[in-house]
Ligand binder design. Sequence first.
Ligand code: KE4
Length: 430
Amino acid sequence: MKDSNARALRARAERVLPGGVDSPVRAYRAVPGVPPHIVAGEGSHVVDADGNEFIDYVLAYGPHILGHQPPRVVAAIRAQLDRGIAYGHTVELEVDLAERIVDAVESVEMVRFVTSGTEAAMSAMRLARAATRRDRIVKFAGGYHGHADAFLAESGSGIATLGIPGSPGVPAAAVAGTVVLPYNDLEAVVDLFEREGDQIAAVIVEPVAGNMGCVPPEAGFLDGLRDCTSKWGALLVFDEVMTGFRVAYGGAQTLYEVRPDLSLFGKVIGGGLPVGAYGGRRDLMEQIAPSGPVYQAGTLSGSPPAMAAGIAALDVLRENPALYDRLERLGKRLETGFKTVSAEAGTACAVGRVGSMVTPFIGIDEAHSFDEVKLADRERFGRIHAAWLDDGVLWPPSQFETAFLSTTHSDEDVDRTVESFARSLASVSV
Ligand code: KE4
């Protein structure tokens, strides 16, 4: 694969951007190969400066559910830019998008827009602590809620332990109140609540885990979290930054019929422009400044072009519910393809999938928790990833990242991806 321009960009970038990137996963440190120098996208494909074309399963890590350059989204952004970029005053677009989210997600009565999922998560946790007057928060190993200090806790030894800093610069005090439990382990949650439920402000969970690769919730897990938090007066926070408006128009909470107290959104609701949001029960959200004492602010929160993009994206999805059937059909085709060719190759391959979120875990049969997926063969995944690149398939450069399909992906895209996967399995030694 020609990559001289990609190498040249990386060399320049590494001189002025840490690791040559503005977000670590883009550095391709977990896989061989050089990050392509993408220059344009259209539908399910992107092209790079070296003239390579790729079927894109990264899709900017989730926003592009309608593929690259969806006409109504691009037109909405352009129209807003012709009028203005930012005013520091509430514009109707913010209300329009908030009303769409409130209408789509039954548990959400009010919304606050911010500019990233990280901001949404940190704000929602501040609100949960203020509303419950408790400090402890519970997250799950392998769950990612952005890079605010309180969430950069790693599982300590044992099952239910107080968090230990997962990064230099995170003070122990910042994660002392963060308990990290195994995902899909309801027994561990119940046990923790029975021991210290009256100290827990909230449980935050990705209702479909996407940041350890795609790991669906086990039956009863989300319902169990709801029961536990309700019983002990803690809040249930669904991090739907990735799943919101992707796995269903009303998000994973609609799919699994579990009603959280607060929800986070991002990605799809910004149509590819920077946005995050948190929302939920009115009695909670009205505690956010200036209607209440819990402070949170943001210069470009509710950015008009981002609002316009999100409104257009949600309108296309709402007006065409069959798009979700298409995403399910394509996701099933890809999952079936991975399972069929790995079985034929005699290679273990657990496939995690919900709708258009999919991950093949190489070398393992079970993928229900972070401990299990950590057993996947990362080195072999890296070689498969490199072969995909050579075959014109752009897959997220980590075994622990979910891949995404868009409504513009085709059966041919999927079949080419599976055929490349099959060739890799055949050529990659065990
Ligand atoms: P941002 O701060 O990156 O906008 O959102 C953080 C976040 C919160 N919650 C969930 C469920 C998320 O998936 C994310 C961000 N997702 C990653 C993908 N693994 C973004 C990619 C990146 O970090 O570059």
